[in-house]
Design a protein. Structure first.
Length: 757
C-alpha cells in the first residue's frame, strides 16, 4: 500500500512539471519500477522513496503538494531549476526529512510554518528565491538543524530571538534580504556556529557582546548594513579561529583592536567605509593574510608613524590586495614597502595626504596589476623602476604634483594589440619607445607621431603605416572588410536621408498647428515648475507609491542608491523614484549635483524630473529621493547585453541604433552648447541611457555631473575637477592623464558608444 502511495505521489509531481529540457521524466513510465526512475533512490527494505534528487536540470513548474505523501523521504534536492509558486505546506508532513535543498529557483510566498515540524531536518537551503515575509519564530523547533540558508530573498522584519535555540547550527546565512533591527543577543547561544553571513540587509545597532563568545567562528560577514558601535579590545583573543572578517559599508567607529596581532589564521579583513580612527596596529602574526581593505575610514595621521604597520606585513607572504585609500595617512611612503609580498597584485593608496616622492622600490612588486595613488601630495618624477612592473594594467597618479608628466619607455615587454590613438593627444609626451613588443595595426600620424625622432617602434612586426620616415610597410587593404564598411556606410546614408525626409515633412505638418497654439504653448511652458520651486513630495507618499519600497518594485540600483517604480497620487502614469543611500560616502554630493544639473534644463533627450523629497523616514533617519518620468523600455545596457537565456531576444535594428545615437548627441549638444552654463555628464554609458515607450533615448543619472565655469569663454581649470570620475571602461583615458573635465571628454565617450554597436 505504501509503495502505491509513493508511486502516485511521484506521478502527481511529474504532472506539475511544465518543461523538462533534459528529458529526465522520459524514464518515469510504467515500463520500470519507480525505484529505477532517474533521480529516485529507494530503501532496500521497504522499497519506499528515500531520496528525490533532480538538481540542475532546467525544470519548470511548481512543487506538487503530493510530495508530502513520500513519508520515508530523507533528502529532497531540487536546486538550480526554475520551480515557481509557493513551497507546499504539505512538506511539513515529511517527519523523516533531513535535507531540503531548494536554492536557485523562483519560489514565492512565505516560508511555510509547517516546515518546523520536520524535526529531523539537518540542512534547510532556500537560497536565491523570491520568498517574502518574516523568518518563522517556530524555526527554533528544528533542534537538529546544522545549516540554514535563506540568503538572496525578499524577507523582511527582524531576526527572531528564538533562533538562539538552534543549538546544532554551524552555518547561518541570512544575507541579501531586507531584514532590519538588531542582531539578537541570543545568537551567542549558538556555540557550534562557524559561519555567519548577514550582509546586504538593513540591520542596525551595535554587534551583540555575546557574539564574541563564539570561539568556533571562522567567518563573520556583515557588509552593507547600518551597524554602529566599536570593536571590543579583546575581540581577536575571543575569536581565535576567525579567518574572514568582512564588515565594510557600516558605521563602526573607534580604533582597530590591538588584539588583532593575535589573529594568526585571519586571511581576509575588509572594514572599508566605516568610521574607524587611530593608527593601524601591528599585523606581524597575520601570516595567512591575503586581503586587507581599510579604505574609506579616518585611519592614520600626517606622521611617518602611520606607516609602521607596513613593516609588520613583511611576513604576510600571501597578501594579494592592500587598500588603505581615502584615509588620513600622510608623510612619505617608506622604502620598506618593497618588502611586501611579491604576490601583491592590487595596491591602493589614493585619497590620502601622502607627500614626498614615489618610492622607486615599488618596482620590486613585480606582480602588481593595479597601482592607485591618486589625490595625494606626491612630487618628483615617476620612477624608472616602474618599467619592471610588466603585469601592470592600471596606474592612477592623477591629482598629485608630479613633474618630469615627458619620456615613456615601454620597450621589450609583451604588449599586444594596436597603438592607442589617444596617445596622439598627450601634448606633454616628448618621447615614446614601444620597440620590441607584439604590437600590430596602423601607427598614428598626428601629435608626437609626426616626429620620427620622438618615437621608436622597431621590433613590432605587425605595425604598418605611420609617417614615411618610419619606413614601415603600407597597411594592407582588406577588401572584404572595406566592402562591409562601404555597405554599412551606405545603409547609414540611406537611413539618414529617410529620417531627414521624414523629419522635414513632419515639421511642415505640425508647423501650422504649433503656430496657432504658440501663445497657449508658451503660457504652458512658462508655467512649468523649476526643481527649486516644485512641490516637495512627502516620504509617506513615496512609501505608499512603492508599497513600502518593496523589492517587487525595485528596477535598478547604483553606486549611490536604488530606483523603484511606483504610482504617485498626483500622477496618472508610473514614475521612477531614485532613493539615495545616504550611508554611502558621496551620496549627498550626488543628490546636490543632480539637482543643480537638472533644475534649469529641459530637453526631449534628457530625463524629466517631476519632483523630489528631502525628509525623515520612519526610523528618524535622513531621507532624500528624486522622482522622474518612468521609462518603459529600460536602459540601453539591457538591449545591448541580454544575459537571461529565458528572455525573448530583443534586437535593435540599424534604424533604431542610429536614432539612439542621434538622440544622445542631441542631448549632449544641448548640455554642452545651449545651456546657460555648460554641463558635463562625466558618466555616460549604456546603463545611463533610458528608452521610453517610443524608443526615444534619454540621458539619465547626473549624480557625477559637473558645471563648467568659464573665464572669457575658456574653461576655468581652478573650478573643474581633475580627479577620475565615472565608470571604469567608460571613463576616457584623458582622465588618467590628469586632463580637466571637458565637453570634449564626453564626446569621446559618445564616439565609443557609437562604435560599440
Amino acid at each position: 500500500m505504501g509503495n502505491e502511495t509513493d508511486h502516485l505521489a511521484l506521478l502527481k509531481f511529474k504532472e506539475s512539471i511544465s518543461k523538462d529540457p533534459s528529458g529526465i521524466f522520459a524514464s518515469w513510465n510504467s515500463s520500470s519500477h519507480f525505484c529505477n526512475w532517474q533521480g529516485i533512490t529507494c530503501g532496500s527494505r521497504h522499497q519506499r522513496v528515500t531520496v528525490l534528487n533532480l538538481q540542475d536540470h532546467g525544470l519548470h513548474g511548481f512543487i506538487s503538494p503530493h510530495l508530502g505523501n513520500l513519508s520515508f523521504l530523507r533528502i529532497l534536492n531540487l536546486q538550480k531549476n526554475s520551480f515557481n509558486g509557493n513551497i507546499p505546506q504539505e512538506l511539513g508532513r515529511l517527519f523523516r526529512l533531513q535535507q531540503l535543498i531548494l536554492y536557485s529557483n523562483t519560489l514565492e510566498g512565505e516560508i511555510p510554518t509547517n516546515l518546523t515540524s520536520c524535526y529531523e531536518l539537518r540542512n534547510l537551503d532556500l537560497y536565491d528565491n523570491k520568498l517574502i515575509g518574516k523568518i518563522p519564530t517556530k524555526i527554533s523547533s528544528l533542534l537538529k538543524l546544522e545549516s540554514l540558508s535563506i540568503e538572496a530573498n525578499n524577507l523582511t522584519g527582524q531576526i527572531p530571538s528564538s533562533i538562539g535555540n538552534l543549538s546544532s547550527l554551524s552555518s547561518l546565512s541570512m544575507a541579501q534580504n531586507n531584514l532590519e533591527g538588531n542582531l539578537p543577543e541570543e545568537i551567542g547561544f549558538l556555540k557550534k556556529l562557524t559561519f555567519l553571513w548577514v550582509y546586504s540587509n538593513k540591520l542596525s545597532g551595535s554587534l551583540p557582546s555575546s557574539l564574541y563568545n563564539l570561539s568556533s567562528l571562522r567567518v563573520l560577514s556583515f557588509p552593507v548594513n547600518q551597524f554602529n558601535g566599536s570593536f571590543p579590545a579583546n575581540m581577536f583573543l575571543a575569536l581565535p579561529n576567525l579567518s574572514s572578517l568582512l564588515i565594510g559599508e557600516n558605521q563602526i567607529s573607534g580604533p582597530i583592536p590591538t588584539s588583532i596581532s593575535n589573529a594568526s589564521v585571519l586571511s581576509r579583513l575588509d572594514i572599508t567605509n566605516n568610521q574607524l580612527v587611530g593608527q593601524v596596529p601591528s599585523l606581524e602574526n597575520l601570516q595567512e593574510l591575503s586581503l586587507l581593505d581599510l579604505s574609506g575610514n579616518y585611519l592614520g595621521d600626517d606622521s611617518i608613524k602611520s606607516w609602521e604597520f607596513l613593516y609588520s606585513l613583511i611576513n604576510s607572504s600571501k597578501l594579494f590586495l592592500l587598500d588603505v585609500g581615502y584615509n588620513n595617512f600622510g608623510a612619505a611612503l617608506p622604502n620598506s614597502i618593497a618588502n611586501l609580498s611579491t604576490q601583491l597584485s592590487n595596491l591602493y593608496f589614493g585619497g590620502n595626504k601622502i607627500s614626498g616622492q614615489i618610492p622607486a622600490t615599488l618596482g620590486n612588486l613585480i606582480n602588481l596589476v593595479i597601482l592607485a595613488m591618486e589625490s595625494n601630495h606626491l612630487t618628483g618624477i615617476i620612477p624608472t623602476a616602474f618599467g619592471n612592473l610588466q603585469e601592470l594594467r592600471v596606474l592612477n597618479l592623477a591629482g598629485n604634483k608630479l613633474s618630469g608628466l615627458r619620456n615613456l619607455d615601454l620597450s621589450e615587454n609583451n604588449l599586444s594589440g594596436s597603438i592607442l590613438p589617444a596617445l596622439q593627444n598627450i601634448s606633454a609626451l616628448e618621447y615614446l619607445n614601444i620597440s620590441f613588443n607584439m604590437l600590430d595595426g596602423e601607427v598614428p600620424t598626428k601629435g608626437m607621431f609626426k616626429n620620427a625622432s620622438a618615437i621608436v617602434v622597431t621590433g613590432n612586426h605587425g605595425l604598418c603605416g605611420g609617417i614615411q620616415e618610419l619606413k614601415l610597410p603600407l597597411c594592407p587593404i582588406d577588401v572584404k572588410k572595406q566592402s562591409k564598411q562601404l555597405g554599412f556606410r551606405l545603409k547609414v546614408v540611406i537611413t539618414c536621408v529617410v529620417v531627414l525626409l521624414f523629419l522635414f515633412f513632419s515639421v511642415l505638418a505640425i508647423y501650422s498647428m504649433r503656430k496657432r497654439n504658440r501663445k497657449k504653448n508658451w503660457k504652458s511652458y512658462s508655467s512649468l515648475p523649476r526643481i527649486d520651486s516644485l512641490q516637495m513630495v512627502s516620504y509617506q507618499s513615496l512609501y505608499t507609491a512603492t508599497d513600502g519600497f518593496s523589492a517587487n518594485n525595485l528596477i535598478g540600483s547604483g553606486s549611490f542608491g536604488s530606483v523603484y517604480k511606483g504610482m504617485l497620487e498626483f500622477e496618472q502614469e508610473l514614475v521612477a523614484i531614485k532613493v539615495l543611500n545616504l550611508q554611502r560616502k558621496g551620496a549627498d554630493r550626488s543628490f546636490i549635483a543632480e539637482c543643480n544639473a537638472l533644475r534649469n534644463i529641459r530637453h526631449r533627450n534628457l530625463v524629466k524630473i517631476l519632483t523630489c523629497c528631502s525628509s525623515i523616514d520612519y526610523k528618524g533617519q535622513e531621507f532624500k529621493a528624486l522622482v522622474y518620468k518612468y521609462m518603459k523600455n529600460g536602459s540601453l545596457e539591457s538591449w545591448l547585453h541580454q544575459e537571461k537565456i529565458t528572455e525573448k531576444k530583443r534586437i535593435l535594428d540599424l534604424g533604431q541604433r542610429l536614432n539612439v545615437v542621434i538622440d544622445i548627441a542631441a542631448g549632449l549638444h544641448y548640455l554642452h552648447i545651449e545651456c546657460e552654463q555648460s554641463i558635463v555628464h562625466c558618466d555616460l554609458k549604456p546603463s545611463n541611457i533610458l528608452l521610453n515607450d517610443h524608443m526615444v533615448a534619454h540621458i539619465s543619472d547626473f549624480g557625477l555631473a559637473r558645471l563648467l565655469s568659464t573665464v572669457n569663454g575658456i574653461p576655468d581649470k581652478h573650478t573643474n575637477t581633475i580627479a577620475i570620475k565615472g565608470t571604469l571602461g567608460y571613463a576616457p583615458p584623458e582622465h588618467g592623464m590628469g586632463f580637466e573635465v571637458s565637453t570634449r571628454v564626453t564626446c569621446i565617450v559618445l564616439e565609443f558608444l557609437c562604435w560599440s554597436y
